[in-house]
Design a protein around this ligand. Structure first.
Ligand code: SF4
Ligand code: SF4
Length: 379
C-alpha cells in the first residue's frame, strides 16, 4: 500500500471517529517492557526490574507477532517503556507490526538516550526495514547537573545529546525531538520553570555546538506536563495530593508553556506546529482548571497495551479491561466490551481521572478538528 493511501485511510478513520463512529482504534500505546536503567525521581518504572517477579510474564516476541497479526488495523503506535531499547528484541517487535499492519504509517518511541551505541544501531536497522515514518523523542529534563540529578545517572545529559545527534544527523531521522517534562523540581534548583526551560534549551544547543552538530529550534523541543498513573508510572501514591508541586508550580508550568509556544515557528511541519499550538493552548487551560475543551479519544481512536498483555483505556486511568491472552490476542473484543459497559461514555463525560498527556492529546486533537479550532480561538 502506498504511503498516500495509508495517510488518506488514517484521515478517513479519524474523521469517522470525529463523527462519533466507533470503529477500530488507529493508535496504540504499547509498553514493550518495564526494563529501564534510568533512576528518575518522578517515575518508579525503573524499580520494577528490582521487584521480585516484576519483569516476569512480559509478552514474548511470538505473542507480540500474534497480537500484530490479530490487529492489523493499527496505523500509529507509540512503543514505550521503561526504556524501549532495553528490550533485546525491540527491533523485531516493531518489525512485527510493520509486517502485519499494511497501513502502519507512524512509529514513535521515546528514549532516555543512555545507551547511544545501541540506540544508534536500533534506529539504523529500523530505518532500513520499517516502512512507517519514524519519530524519536530523547528525554532531557534540565541543564546537565539538574538533568543528571533528576534522572539519577551520571553524565545522562551528555549521553542523551550524543544519542540525539546520532539519531538526527548520523541516521537521518528527520523527526527527532527533545522531550522535557516539567516536574515539580524547580524549587530544588532555585529557578522558575520558565528560566529552567530557557537554560535547558541553551545548554542543549551549547552541547550540540561543541560537537559540531546543527542546533535545535523551539519546534524540536517539546514541553510535557507531568502526569501520574499507578498502573503505568507507578507514581500515583507519591503524588496523591496535587501532583504538580502545588498551585504556584502549576502557574509556572503554564507560564513556561506560554513563553515557548510563541517561539516554536521552525523545526516541524505546518500540521505538527498547529497540533502543538492547540496542545499548548489546552495545556494552559488544563493546568488552570483540570479540564480541557477537547474530548479524549481513549477507546475511540486510541488504546493502551501493557507489557503483560493487559489493556487499559490509556496510560493514566487505572482501569484494566482484560488481557489479550484471553481473546486470541484480539483487541476489539475488549474495547467493544468496554464501550458496551459504558467506559467510553465515562471518558466523554469526564468521569475518568482527566489528563492532558501528549500521547493521548495529539490523537484527541486530530479526532476533534472542530472543537480544536474553537478551543484555539477561544483559548
Ligand atoms: S521516566 Fe522513563 S527513563 Fe525515567 S525511570 Fe521512568 S521509564 Fe525510565
Ligand atoms: S482524559 Fe481520561 S481517558 Fe483520556 S487519557 Fe486522560 S485519564 Fe485517560
Amino acid at each position: 500500500m502506498s504511503g498516500l493511501y495509508s495517510w488518506s485511510r488514517f484521515a478517513g478513520r479519524t474523521l469517522a471517529a470525529a463523527s462519533g463512529i466507533e470503529g477500530a482504534p488507529t493508535k496504540l500505546i504499547f509498553v514493550v517492557t518495564k526494563r529501564c536503567h534510568s533512576r528518575c525521581v518522578y517515575c518508579d518504572i525503573w524499580k520494577v526490574k528490582d521487584t521480585p517477579g516484576g519483569l516476569d510474564n512480559e509478552l514474548s516476541l511470538d505473542e507480540v507477532r500474534s497480537f500484530a497479526r490479530a490487529n492489523s488495523f493499527l496505523q500509529w503506535i507509540d512503543f514505550t517503556g521503561g526504556e524501549p531499547t532495553d528490550r533485546p528484541d525491540f527491533v523485531e517487535v516493531i518489525q512485527a507490526f510493520s509486517e502485519s499492519c499494511p497501513d502502519l504509517m507512524l512509529v514513535h518511541f521515546p528514549t532516555n538516550g543512555i545507551a547511544t551505541k545501541r540506540i544508534r544501531e536500533t534506529v539504523a536497522t529500523l530505518r532500513q526495514t520499517v516502512r512507517a515514518r519514524l519519530v524519536v523523542t530523547v528525554s532531557i529534563d534540565g541543564p546537565p547537573e539538574l538533568n543528571d540529578r533528576l534522572r539519577g545517572i551520571r553524565n545522562d545529559f551528555a549521553h542523551a545529546i550524543d544519542s540525539f545527534a546520532a539519531v538526527r544527523r548520523e541516521i537521518g531521522v528527520e523527526n527527532t525531538y527533545v522531550g522535557m517534562t516539567l516536574h515539580g523540581h524547580t524549587g530544588s534548583c532555585g529557578r522558575t520553570t520558565s528560566q529552567l526551560v530557557e537554560d535547558t534549551f541553551a545548554a542543549i544547543n551549547a552541547a550540540l555546538a561543541e560537537r559540531g552538530e546543527p542546533l535545535i529550534g523551539w519546534g524540536e523541543f517539546h514541553l510535557n506536563i507531568p502526569h501520574f498513573s499507578q498502573h503505568y508510572y507507578g507514581n500515583q501514591s507519591a503524588h496523591a495530593d496535587d501532583g504538580f508541586g502545588g498551585p504556584a508550580h502549576r502557574a509556572e508550568i503554564a507560564a513556561a508553556i506560554e513563553a515557548t509556544a510563541a517561539r516554536a515557528k521552525t523545526g516541524a511541519s505546518l500540521a505538527m506546529r498547529g497540533i502543538e499550538r492547540i496542545y499548548r493552548s489546552e495545556a494552559r487551560r488544563y493546568l488552570a482548571t483540570g479540564r480541557t475543551k477537547i474530548t479524549c479519544s481513549a477507546l475511540l481512536s486510541t488504546s493502551y497495551l501493557s507489557e503483560k498483555g493487559d489493556v487499559y483505556p490509556c496510560t493514566i486511568w487505572d482501569k484494566p479491561l482484560g488481557n489479550i491472552r484471553n481473546t486470541g490476542f484480539a483487541l476489539m473484543p475488549l474495547i467493544e466490551a468496554a464501550r458496551r459497559d459504558g467506559v467510553r461514555a465515562e471518558v466523554v463525560a469526564g468521569k475518568c481521572p482527566n489528563c492532558w498527556t501528549p500521547c493521548e492529546a495529539y490523537p484527541a486533537i486530530m479526532a476533534s478538528p472542530l472543537r480544536s479550532a474553537v478551543a484555539l480561538v477561544t483559548g
